[in-house]
Design a protein around this ligand. Structure first.
Ligand SMILES: [Zn+2]
Length: 427
């Protein structure tokens, strides 16, 4: 006997990103979900041929794919919105003291619960997350992520030099703890959870640590995440630490860290040979415009990096970025990318926050938009909250709604979040 299939139909205006320059709009559209996966998205009412499917009328709300936040720090959640100093001061005065508190498992539990509730409530159904250096706190983050239903790449930060004493680890202990976490968690919860090796950045990692991490990640086909060229003072410092290397990017290149499973956040101050090296190695880039503005790090040359063929996604970089809202990141991306010329549209910002993030994580075939067969990850959006006339004015075309969400949207616009067809927020 064939098992009964759980088929659902959601009726709503839909926004379906296809590329950095194109999104499809369905108003109304009907999304058919079967056993957690997308069966079809159509503008023809499918109920006459799918009479037994459970019908959900979400007219009045827009539906977008689940967001992908490709760069966020869990231990920094508590001071989000505080401390807009330059990067070195901010690390010393805010980041390191707070991350040291994660040596206490009770504190790590409390912060992980709060962080994941807030993250999911903002719409991400996938995220790439930094924890502190503590392996127990990282275990806790995985356990909480598993229970909340989010899909996540999570890694223990690695630092074997230039770290304050409470966060310092030896090269061997850092690698041993990371490998152990990878063995416990990579592919856990039915594949929903992945381990990502997380050498913080070249300033706090020895060449030995980076080389061995790259070798192990390659062996395990695991991802690596780190920071690259965020701030001009940082770039000078890295140059002084590695005078034998041609550039900051070349430090990672010589460590073997660059490649299609590597995710480098920021990339604000890159020379042309560095851009070419990132392109040649197919290294992924995370655009963190809100963080870059708040810490006065500079402006990532989005148009230039995109023209070079780099894969670029969007990250909140909480807490340097002061908000978990992907709408806020989309608006900041537009402001940042279009300073000199218009090279990013609202449809492009939606792409960066969804399908591009999926692509960077190697998941473009599984999530990111509403193609049949993909996971039914989506966000139900109360778009009238971003409209000064609450939907009663003349500017209510789908493109107008998307533009407003980029510039005026925030967590208040997120009505519900679904992952593989199951509602994960509100719980
Ligand atoms: Zn960061």
């Amino acid at each position: 006997m064939q098992a009964t299939r759980n088929r659902l139909i959601f009726k709503s205006p839909w926004m379906n990103p296809r590329s950095v320059s194109h999104a499809e709009f369905y108003d109304p559209g009907y999304l058919v979900v079967c056993d957690g996966h997308i069966e079809e998205l159509t503008d023809i009412d499918p109920r006459p041929r799918l009479a037994t499917a459970e019908f959900h009328d979400l007219t009045g709300f827009a539906i977008l794919p689940g967001f992908v936040d490709t760069h966020v720090h869990l231990p920094q959640f508590s001071y989000m919105g505080i401390g807009s100093k330059s990067l070195p001061d901010w690390l010393t005065n805010y980041t390191y003291p707070e991350e040291a508190r994660f040596s206490d498992p009770d504190y790590a539990w409390r912060m992980s619960e709060a962080f994941f509730d807030a993250l999911i409530a903002n719409g991400p159904t996938r995220a790439c997350i930094y924890c502190s250096v503590h392996d127990t706190a990282t275990d806790i983050a995985f356990e909480v992520a598993s229970r909340k239903g989010i899909r996540a790449f999570i890694g223990k930060t690695m630092m074997d030099r230039n770290a304050p004493p409470p966060l310092f680890e030896t090269t061997e202990s850092s690698i041993r703890a990371s490998v152990s976490l990878c063995s416990r968690w990579d592919g856990a919860a039915g594949g929903r959870l992945r381990y990502v090796f997380t050498p913080r950045f070249a300033g706090t990692c020895s060449m030995d640590l980076m080389r061995e991490t790259a070798r192990i990640a390659q062996q395990r086909q695991a991802f690596i995440q780190s920071h690259l060229s965020e701030n001009e003072d940082e770039v000078q410092w890295i140059r002084s630490l590695f005078p034998e290397r041609a550039s900051y990017t070349d430090v990672y290149g010589s460590a073997g860290m660059l490649g299609e499973r590597t995710i480098m956040a920021h990339c604000v101050h890159l020379a042309d040979p560095e851009v070419a090296l990132l392109a040649a190695t197919q290294t992924n880039i995370v655009f963190c415009p809100y963080s870059n503005r708040v810490l006065r790090s500079g402006t990532m040359p989005y148009g230039k990096l995109q023209a070079a063929g780099l894969k670029i996604a969007l990250g909140s970089d909480v807490a340097a970025g002061p908000s978990l809202s992907m709408f806020r990141q989309m608006g900041e991306a537009l402001n940042s990318a279009n300073v000199k010329s218009a090279c990013l549209s609202p449809a492009g910002a939606l792409y960066l926050a969804t399908l591009a993030g999926a692509d960077v994580l190697g998941l473009a075939g599984r999530i990111g938009n509403f193609e049949p067969g993909k996971d039914a990850d989506f966000v139900v959006v109360d778009y009238d909250r971003a409209d000064p006339l609450s939907g009663t004015g003349h500017y209510t075309a789908p493109a107008d709604i998307l533009s407003r969400l980029c510039y005026n949207g925030d967590s208040n616009c997120v009505k519900a979040v679904y992952a593989t067809g199951m509602r994960v927020s509100p719980p």
